[in-house]
Structure formats: C-alpha cells, structure tokens
Design a protein around this ligand. Structure first.
Ligand code: AMP
Length: 215
C-alpha cells in the first residue's frame, strides 16, 4: 500500500508516519528529513537549500523529485508513506509517473485537517530526539522528566531551525498557495480521504487506520 499524508506544517504528518512505520512496517519517505540530512552533510545541494528552508519557502521541484526518485528506484515492493511530498501539482504528477514506472500505484491520500491557530502552538512546542527521531511536544507529549528519550534513551533533543513563527507564516503561505490545490487534484482522482488532525495522537491514528483498513 502506498499512501500520502497531506496537510499543513504541524498537522501531524511526521508523527502519524512514524506510527505507521512501527505498526504496519511501511517505509516513510519524508522529503523534509532528506533535505535536512543534505543540509547537515554540507553537500552542494545542502548548501543550496539551506536558506530556502530557513525562510520557509519550497525547495525546487527538480531537487525534491530527484530525491524521491533516488529512494524509489531499486526499492522493493509497496508500502511507502509519502510525508511532505508531493507539495506541488508538478510533484504530484511526477509521483504518479514514478509509481507507474515501478508498476505500482497510489492507494490513498489522507488529508489531516487542522486549523491555523493550533498549528502555531504545536510547532513552536515541538522537539525531536536527536538519536532516533522520536517526536515530543511541550504541551501534549513532553520530554520525559529523567531527560531520556522514551524510545531509545537518547539524551539530546533538538528543535528545528524553521520552527519559529516567522518561517511558519511563510510555510503556511506556501502550503495554501502551492500544496492545498492537491486536495482537489486527488479528490478528482477519487483517492482522497480526510481525517480530523486536531484530536489526540491515538485518536488520529485510529481514524487513519480505519481509512487504511478499506484497502
Ligand atoms: P517538512 O519537514 O516537511 O516540514 O519540510 C521542511 C522544509 O523542507 C519545507 O519548509 C521546505 O522548505 C522543504 N521541503 C520539504 N519537502 C518539500 C517538497 N516536497 N517540496 C519543496 N520543498 C520541500
């Protein structure tokens, strides 16, 4: 099964993708993670995208489509969760073509619906374990009091450079201008499902499972 998790920054795509990786043995493909990795490796591409990401703008279609193509070529079978990709209509078309070339297809697109006020407080409160990527939120899932990640015991927690109000405003603008048209695009293809992304993590997880159980 190949699915897209679609929604604005802070909607919970990464959190729900990680849950699916653990529970359904699927592979998470997050273009944001790939780009952050490129940035920290100080590669040519990393240098190119650093400022773009810090501003909250979208990286060019060529770069992200190239990253996804690299991951998909040679990957075995189905079972991908596309997290943060596609973000433009050109990326959506490219994904359709790539999956077709692999003899595969997209099963469903799960839209996580949330309102903007919730996004600001969620994003400015979030942090991640530097060792395993487990996600925390100061309000809803605080870091353990003993200072050790509940998943791997790591003690180093990081906050994303672009998780500040200014970048977030720009990331939201980009979402509404360039990514939200994908809701209509996938609705037209008959593959869109929407869930309320504002609930507790477990409630959203259950709603997503109900959607996926139909396949
Ligand atoms: P994310 O981790 O998905 O919130 O992405 C962080 C940042 O990486 C975004 O604000 C963009 O600058 C960039 N990015 C991630 N995925 C894409 C994509 N599919 N297209 C363009 N830019 C992306």
């Amino acid at each position: 099964m190949n699915i897209i998790l679609l929604g604005p920054p802070g909607a919970g795509k990464g959190t729900q993708a990680r849950i699916l990786v653990d529970s359904q043995n699927m592979v998470q493909l997050s273009t944001g993670d790939m780009l952050r990795e490129a940035k920290s490796s100080a590669s040519e591409m990393g240098k190119k995208v650093e400022e773009v990401m810090a501003r909250g703008d979208l990286v060019t279609d060529d770069i992200v489509i190239g990253l996804i193509r690299e991951k998909l070529i040679g990957a075995a079978g189905n079972g991908f969760i596309f997290d943060g990709f596609p973000r433009t209509l050109a990326q959506a078309d490219a994904l359709g073509t790539l999956l077709g070339e692999m003899g595969s297809n997209l099963d469903t697109v799960v839209e996580l619906r949330v309102d903007d006020d919730a996004l600001v407080s969620r994003i400015t409160a979030r942090s991640t374990c530097a060792s395993c990527g487990e996600m925390y939120n100061d309000q809803t899932k605080p870091q353990p009091v003993d200072g050790k990640c509940s998943k791997c015991g790591g003690t180093d927690f990081t906050r994303r450079a672009d998780d500040n109000e200014e970048s977030l405003r720009q990331r939201l603008m980009e979402y509404y201008k360039k990514t939200s048209p994908l809701i209509g695009y996938y609705y037209g293809k008959g593959v869109l499902s929407s869930v309320n992304g504002l609930g507790e993590i477990d409630v959203v997880k259950t709603e997503i499972s109900q959607v996926l159980n139909q396949f």
